[in-house]
Ligand binder design. Structure first.
Ligand code: ADP
Ligand code: MG
Length: 283
């Protein structure tokens, strides 16, 4: 059995209506459902690698301007879920929707979908032979066809906002891990994504550098960016997430608000997972 507390007040559905902002497809909503069209929706997604079922019947809804945290043990399927959402992995069954459009439809161009989604991984994957500015503007210029001047203007503006104003001309190896990861976030934002997927973006960082990267994610949330993040930073997930999903063996075993999942987990396996983190001093 899985616990789903959506009926008790899913993120974005409680409290007063947020100030309306223009959304692509914003006027449409899923039939039979209150609230705006989810930015991302997974419907009974199944993913296998050979004979291993990695995601089984995963449903997920991410409302505009909300943060969803995926938590769960290593191997529970968090990265695979994010990779499926970005069409880096093909699903075996089910469907994925971005702004109400089915992106798992074989007629959809995956590159066009990926241009609407920003992704940041654990490893920053910056090109070492290119400056920060060139790393950031490469995709906007090559993939989005933006003129260099405009791409660079936006890159500099984002660098400034993320506290990297002086670093445009630097090479990645001259930056700290935290700075490199912030550059990777700028790179993901450069294409004005509709959705940001963040996979354990602080896992490779020295502890003293984690805070500056999480601070950026907090700021992006304040600005209304819609995000799905896989994280082991439970304190951060508890603070920042509107929705928390606990994955266990490829199933979303439990979901709810951060207060529900962390404060009063329903499932024994969730309780055990959280207890182990407390024992390890990580929560
Ligand atoms: N490319 C792959 N080929 C085979 N198995 C994979 C592949 N990617 C992930 N897996 C398996 O899928 C399961 C879920 O992995 P993953 O999504 O990386 O979990 P998490 O991010 O929660 O640690 C694991 O058992 C992992 O070994
Ligand atoms: Mg992972």
């Amino acid at each position: 059995m899985t616990s789903d507390r959506k009926g008790e007040g899913a993120p974005g559905q409680a409290g007063p209506e947020p100030v309306p902002t223009p959304e692509p497809n914003g006027s449409g909503s899923v039939p039979g459902q209150a609230g705006p069209t989810p930015v991302l929706r997974l419907e009974a997604v199944r993913k296998t690698f050979g004979r291993t079922v990695v995601l089984r019947d995963v449903d997920l809804e991410v409302a505009p301007h909300t943060v969803t945290a995926l938590i769960g043990a290593s191997g529970s399927g968090k990265s695979t879920l994010l990779r499926c959402a970005n069409l880096l992995e093909e699903v075996d069954d089910g469907a994925i929707f971005l702004d109400g459009e089915e992106i798992t439809d074989p007629r959809v161009d995956p590159d066009a979908v990926r241009r609407r989604i920003g992704v940041v991984f654990q490893a920053y994957n910056l090109f070492p032979h290119m400056t920060v500015l060139d790393n950031i503007t490469l995709a906007p210029r090559r993939v989005h066809g933006e003129p260099r001047a405009r791409a660079e203007e936006r890159a500099r503006e984002l660098l400034e906002r993320l506290g990297l104003g002086g670093k445009a001309g630097e090479y990645p190896d001259r930056l700290s891990g935290g700075q490199q990861q912030r550059v990777a976030i700028v790179r993901a934002l450069a294409g004005r994504p509709r959705l940001l997927l963040l996979d354990e973006i602080t896992a490779a960082l020295d502890p003293e550098l984690v805070g500056e990267v999480l601070g950026v994610v907090r700021d992006l949330k304040e600005e209304g960016m819609t995000m799905v993040l896989a994280t082991h930073e439970m304190g951060f997930a508890r603070d920042v997430a509107d929705q928390v999903c606990f994955l266990d063996g490829g199933v979303v075993l439990e979901r709810g608000t951060a207060a529900e999942v962390f404060g009063d987990p329903r499932e024994e396996r969730t309780r055990r997972f959280l207890r182990r983190l407390v024992e390890a001093g990580r929560l």
